[in-house]
Design a protein around this ligand. Structure first.
Ligand code: I6G
Length: 667
C-alpha cells in the first residue's frame, strides 16, 4: 500500500470514529485506540509533509496565528430571533403561524436555545472552507482557523449527495465541564477566570492564535442552513436530520411537535432538564417546520416571523446587600444570609441569598452595601455570584462582622480548625437546635424512648410543653393525651416508656447528649475510660485525646460542649429527673473475659437490641467487627441472618444464636 493510500485510510478511519463519538454519541473504539491511530497518521504526515491535507483529522490542533480577523459578508444575512417570555406569547406566535398556513395541525421544529454565539460555516464539495461569526448580521469575522479546531465539527462531510455548496448555521458553545476545567486551569495559572461558558466560548473563538483556540473545549451544534446548492427537504426538522446524516453535530433534543400543549410541555420538560444538560441553555426555539410556510410568513425587521425564542427567566440580576443576618441551623451551623434589595431573578422575587460561611464571604470579598450579582438557577437557592467591587462606595459600605455568640441562645460559638462552618455550642439548649437534639436524645441508640417519634417531639416543642430533653420527664399523662391524635392509652404508654428509659448506661447517656462527632463507639470509649460523667465533664482537651479514637477535633467538641453552662444545666436536670446507670466497676484489662476476641453481629434480635449486644460485648473486652473474616472468633446470628452467617459457616467459625449470647453475657 502506498503512503498516500495509508494516509487516506487512516484519515477516513479517524473521521468515522469522530462521527461515531461526536454525532452519534456511540463510539466503537476506546480513547487509547483512537490516540494510537491518530499518532500513526501524525507520524506518516510528519515524514511526508507534502501529503498533508488541510482537512486531515490531525489539522484540528491549530497553528496559524493572525494579526487580525478579516471581515466576511454573509451571503444571506444572519438574523436574530424574536423573544417571548410568557406561555401566552408563545401561544400567540403559534396561532399567527397556524392562521397564515390555514392549518391547525401546523408542525413546529423545536430545540433548546444554546447559550453560546452564532456562527456560519461553509462547506464546498464537502470540505470546510470558511467560518464566520454573526457580527452585526451582515458582516462577521473570519474565524475559520479557530472553528476548524472545534473537536465535534467535521472538516469534511460524509455520506451521500454532498452538495457542492452548503452553509450551516449554528451555535459555538462550551460544555459546562470543559468550562469548569478551563477556569480551574486559569485560576491555577494566576489568570482571570471567565464569568460563564458563553463568555469563555466567545473569548476562545476570538483568539488570534488558533493553537489557543484549539486548547479550549469548544463545541458546535447546527440549527439551520444558509446558502446551499442542491436539493434539500422542505422541512426544518428533516433538514436538521440531513445535516446529521452528513456528519454534522446537532442537538439530541431537536423534536417536531404539533399543538400548543405539546409545545408548552416541551418548554417545561427542558426547563426541568436544564441543570442536568451538559451545556448552558437560555430558552427554547420554536420554528414553523414547513419551509414553504416559513417563506410565506417572511420577516419583520431583522427577525423571521416563523421562529420565536421562548426564553427562560434571567438567572442573574444585580441588586444591593442591605444587611447580613445569621441563621442557626438544626445542627447548630451558623450561616450568614445576605438580605437583599428585592430583585426578580430566575422567575421569582429574591430578597435573601445564602453566603454559606466565613470562607465564602472572604472569597467573594463582599461588604454590606455592595452591589452584587445574584444568581438563581432552577430551584437552586439564590447565591451571590460575584461582587461589583468597582461600583463600591466606601461611604455606604461596611465589613460583615461574624457573631461571637449564638444569635439565638447566646451560647459561645466554635470554629474547629479546618472546618468552614462556625457553630453554636449550646446543643441541648439552643432553640434552633432543640427539636433535633430531643429527637436524637429519644432515638433508639440513645435513650430509646419507645413511642416518642419525631412527629411527637415536634408537636411537644411546638406546643411549648418541652424545651429541653430533661422536661420530657416532667410530662404528665393528661398533658400528652391533650395532644391531637394522642389517646389516653398512647399517652400512658409514653409516660411508662419515659420511666423505663431512665435506667440506661453511661455510654448511651453520653451518646444521647448529641455532642458533635460523638457516635456510639466514641461514647462507649469515653464511658469505659472515664467511668463517671463528672470525670468527662472536667476532662481537658489533651486528656480527652488520650481516649481511643478521640482526636483533636472530637476532643474539642466534647470540651466545648461541657463548657456551656446551659449544657451542664441540662445534664444536671436529667440526672435530677432520675436518669441513672450502673457505675462501671473498676476492672483491670487482664480481667476482661472476652479480651482478644472478635465478634460479628448479624440479623435481628427479640430480647436485646443489636447495639446493646455490641455494647455489652465491648464492655467485656471484645472487639465487634462489621464483616466476617478468618480472624472472627464468633458470629452472633439473629433472625434472618444472611451472607455473614453463610460465610461464617463456610469458614467454620463459632456461631451463637440469641439465647446463647444472652447466656454468655449473663454469665
Ligand atoms: O440565535 C439562534 C439560536 C438558535 C437562531 C436560531 C436558533 O435555532 C435553534 N435560529 C434562527 C433562525 C436564528 N437564530 C436567526
Amino acid at each position: 500500500m502506498t503512503v498516500k493510500t495509508q494516509i487516506k485510510e487512516l484519515s477516513e478511519l479517524l473521521e468515522e470514529y469522530n462521527y461515531q463519538y461526536y454525532v452519534l454519541d456511540d463510539p466503537s473504539v476506546s480513547d487509547s485506540e483512537y490516540d494510537h491511530i491518530f499518532q500513526k497518521l501524525q507520524k506518516l504526515e510528519r515524514e511526508n509533509p507534502d501529503l498533508i491535507s488541510p482537512n486531515s483529522p490531525t489539522q484540528k490542533v491549530g497553528g496559524i496565528a493572525l494579526t487580525k480577523f478579516e471581515q466576511v459578508t454573509h451571503r444571506i444575512p444572519m438574523l436574530s430571533l424574536d423573544n417571548v417570555f410568557e406561555a401566552q406569547a408563545l401561544t400567540d406566535f403559534m396561532q399567527r403561524a397556524i392562521d397564515k398556513s390555514a392549518n391547525a395541525e401546523t408542525a413546529f421544529c423545536i430545540e433548546p436555545k444554546l447559550d453560546g454565539l452564532a456562527a456560519s460555516i461553509i462547506y464546498e464539495n464537502g470540505l470546510l472552507v470558511q467560518a464566520a461569526t454573526r457580527g452585526d448580521g451582515q458582516t462577521g469575522e473570519n474565524v475559520t482557523e479557530n472553528v476548524k479546531t472545534i473537536a465535534n465539527l467535521p472538516l469534511k462531510l460524509r455520506g451521500e449527495n454532498i452538495p457542492p455548496l452548503l452553509e450551516v448555521r449554528g451555535e459555538v458553545f462550551m460544555l459546562k465541564a470543559g468550562f469548569n476545567k478551563l477556569n480551574e486551569g486559569l485560576i491555577k495559572a494566576g489568570e482571570k477566570p471567565f464569568v460563564n461558558p458563553r463568555n469563555a466560548a466567545a473569548g476562545s473563538l476570538r483568539q488570534l492564535d488558533s493553537k489557543v483556540a484549539a486548547s479550549r473545549p469548544l463545541a458546535f451544534y447546527c440549527y439551520g442552513v444558509g446558502v446551499f446548492a442542491g436539493d434539500f427537504p422542505d422541512s426544518q426538522f428533516e433538514r436538521i436530520q440531513q445535516l446529521k446524516g452528513w456528519g454534522l453535530p446537532v442537538s439530541e433534543e431537536v423534536k417536531r411537535v404539533v399543538g400548543n400543549d405539546n409545545c408548552q410541555a416541551y418548554y417545561q420538560a427542558i426547563q426541568k432538564k436544564r441543570p442536568n444538560l451538559a451545556y448552558e441553555i437560555d430558552g427554547v426555539v420554536y420554528k414553523v417546520d414547513n419551509i414553504s410556510v416559513q417563506d410565506k410568513l417572511g420577516f419583520v425587521a431583522r427577525a423571521p416571523r416563523w421562529a420565536s425564542a421562548y426564553k427562560f427567566p434571567a438567572e442573574e440580576a444585580v441588586t444591593v446587600v442591605e444587611n447580613v443576618e445569621f441563621q442557626v441551623g438544626r445542627t447548630g451551623a451558623i450561616t450568614p444570609v445576605a438580605k437583599l434589595q428585592p430583585v426578580f431573578v430566575g422567575g421569582v422575587t429574591v430578597s435573601n441569598a445564602t453566603l454559606h460561611n466565613k470562607d465564602e464571604i472572604e472569597r467573594l470579598g463582599i461588604l454590606i452595601g455592595d452591589q452584587v450579582v445574584v444568581r438563581r438557577a432552577g430551584d437552586v437557592i439564590p447565591q451571590v455570584a460575584r461582587v461589583l467591587a468597582d461600583k463600591r462606595d466606601p461611604e455606604t459600605t461596611r465589613e460583615i462582622e461574624f457573631p461571637t455568640v449564638c444569635p439565638v441562645c447566646q451560647s459561645s460559638v466554635e470554629r474547629i480548625e479546618g472546618e468552614a462552618t462556625v457553630r453554636c455550642a449550646g446543643g441541648l439548649y439552643c432553640e434552633a437546635q432543640r427539636k433535633e437534639a430531643i429527637k436524637h436524645f429519644a432515638s433508639r441508640k440513645a435513650l430509646d424512648i419507645d413511642g416518642l417519634g419525631n412527629k411527637l417531639v415536634e408537636l411537644l416543642v411546638d406546643q411549648k410543653m418541652i424545651q429541653d430533653p430533661a422536661q420530657l420527664f416532667s410530662l404528665t399523662t393528661a398533658q400528652v393525651s391533650s395532644l391531637p391524635r394522642m389517646g389516653e392509652t398512647s399517652a400512658k404508654k409514653l409516660i411508662n416508656s419515659l420511666q423505663v428509659s431512665k435506667k440506661t448506661t453511661l455510654a448511651r447517656f453520653l451518646y444521647s447528649l448529641g455532642i458533635r462527632e460523638v457516635g456510639e463507639a466514641t461514647a462507649n470509649n469515653l464511658a469505659s475510660h472515664y467511668k463517671t460523667i463528672e470525670a468527662i465533664e472536667s476532662a481537658g482537651i489533651e486528656d480527652l485525646k488520650s481516649v481511643s479514637d478521640v482526636g483533636e477535633i472530637v476532643a474539642k467538641h466534647i470540651y466545648y460542649f461541657f463548657r456551656q453552662p446551659h449544657n451542664i444545666e441540662v445534664v444536671s436536670k436529667l440526672i435530677a429527673a432520675g436518669i441513672h446507670w450502673q457505675e462501671i466497676a473498676e476492672v483491670k484489662e487482664s480481667e476482661l473475659p472476652l479480651l482478644g476476641q472478635t465478634f460479628v453481629i448479624t440479623g435481628s434480635f427479640d430480647k436485646m437490641s443489636r447495639s446493646d449486644i455490641k455494647l455489652a460485648l465491648q464492655a467485656l473486652g471484645a472487639k465487634v467487627a462489621g464483616s466476617v473474616s478468618k480472624k472472627t472468633s464468633t458470629v452472633v446470628a439473629g433472625e434472618a441472618a444472611g451472607s455473614k452467617l453463610t460465610k461464617a459457616q463456610e469458614l467454620g467459625i463459632n456461631i451463637m444464636d440469641e439465647d446463647a449470647i444472652l447466656t454468655l453475657l449473663n454469665s
